[in-house]
Design a binder for this molecule. Structure first.
Ligand code: AMP
Ligand code: MG
Length: 267
């Protein structure tokens, strides 16, 4: 999955990444489903030992344009994991109270505890994305935020949090299909938000904002992955495999015995 990682200090050109790419897997959709099943099982095993070990937290950041598949990724990739060990936080438009604080105030309190997996469905990155595109704060303010974010993530990492960030990369045509599907399917209509069309109209502004955010904040301790996401099954495989790789790299272990089982009999 290394091919999708944004190397620190490089520029990002999203036009050069094909949202329909599937070059990391040579099977068909059916084979992909089988493999995802295996990945889910592996993630469930890893989560159990990760929790038991309790020495690290895992923070997963998901960002995408509307309909990019953040919800679907959470549903499909984490389906096998014990819900008790996962905290999913969705970041919406900040409340009045949140706006009265610095932009990281509402974020930090949702950072996962050791042993837990925290998933951010949107995140502090909105504060250099939508905030930039809509001009919600002056440029001199949002420009400083890349450094704040890098320092914040460095702190979390130093204190035991593994950070993995995914940008789910869909094409503008695929977004059109997905928005139309929402309009046509009564079970999806509730997800249609007319303001998604305003964001769609600013597609290129968002692309530029994403390119700069990804380039400036992909670090060794908190890497970004640009995930081809027009094909949901491929997106799921890339995210699942990347998470497995990151948890395995932490090498979680069940704690060593503190009692001698030979000395106890359960009456
Ligand atoms: P959704 O994820 O579709 O439920 O929509 C959440 C909305 O909240 C999106 O339009 C985001 O752009 C918006 N949002 C999230 N964080 C912020 C933020 N810090 N400032 C302004 N809007 C935000
Ligand atoms: Mg939405």
């Amino acid at each position: 999955m290394e091919r999708y990682r944004v190397r620190p200090g490089t520029t990002v050109d999203l036009a050069s990444v094909d949202p329909a790419d599937r070059s990391g897997f040579d099977g068909d959709k059916h084979a992909a489903k089988e493999l995802l099943r295996a990945y889910r099982k592996r993630l469930a095993e890893l989560q159990r030992v990760f929790w038991a070990d309790g020495s690290h937290a895992l923070l997963v950041v998901l960002q995408a344009m509307d309909t990019g598949g953040k919800d679907g990724t959470i549903r499909k990739v984490l389906a096998g994991v014990n819900p008790q060990g996962v905290d999913v936080t969705g970041f919406k438009k900040p409340s009045e109270e949140e706006l009265a604080h610095d932009y990281l105030w509402r974020v930090h309190r949702h950072a996962p505890a050791r042993g837990r997996i925290g998933v951010f469905n949107r995140s502090h990155y909105e504060d250099v994305l939508v905030v930039r595109v809509l001009g919600l704060v002056p440029e001199e303010r949002w420009r400083r935020r890349y450094d704040h974010i890098n320092a914040f993530e460095r702190m979390l990492s130093d204190e035991g949090t593994r950070i993995v960030k995914f940008y789910l990369h869909i094409s503008k045509e695929e977004q059109k299909r997905r928005l139309e599907a929402r309009l046509q399917d009564p079970t999806k209509l509730w997800k249609f938000n007319p303001s998604d069309l305003d964001s769609r109209a600013r597609w290129d502004d968002y692309r530029i904002a994403y390119e700069e955010a990804l380039a400036r904040t992909s670090t060794d301790i908190a890497p970004w992955y640009v995930v081809p996401a027009d094909r949901k099954w491929y997106r799921n495989l890339v995210v699942a495999r990347t998470l497995i790789d990151h948890i395995e790299a932490l090498d979680p272990r069940y704690p060593a015995a503190t009692v001698d089982p030979e000395r106890f009999v359960v009456p």
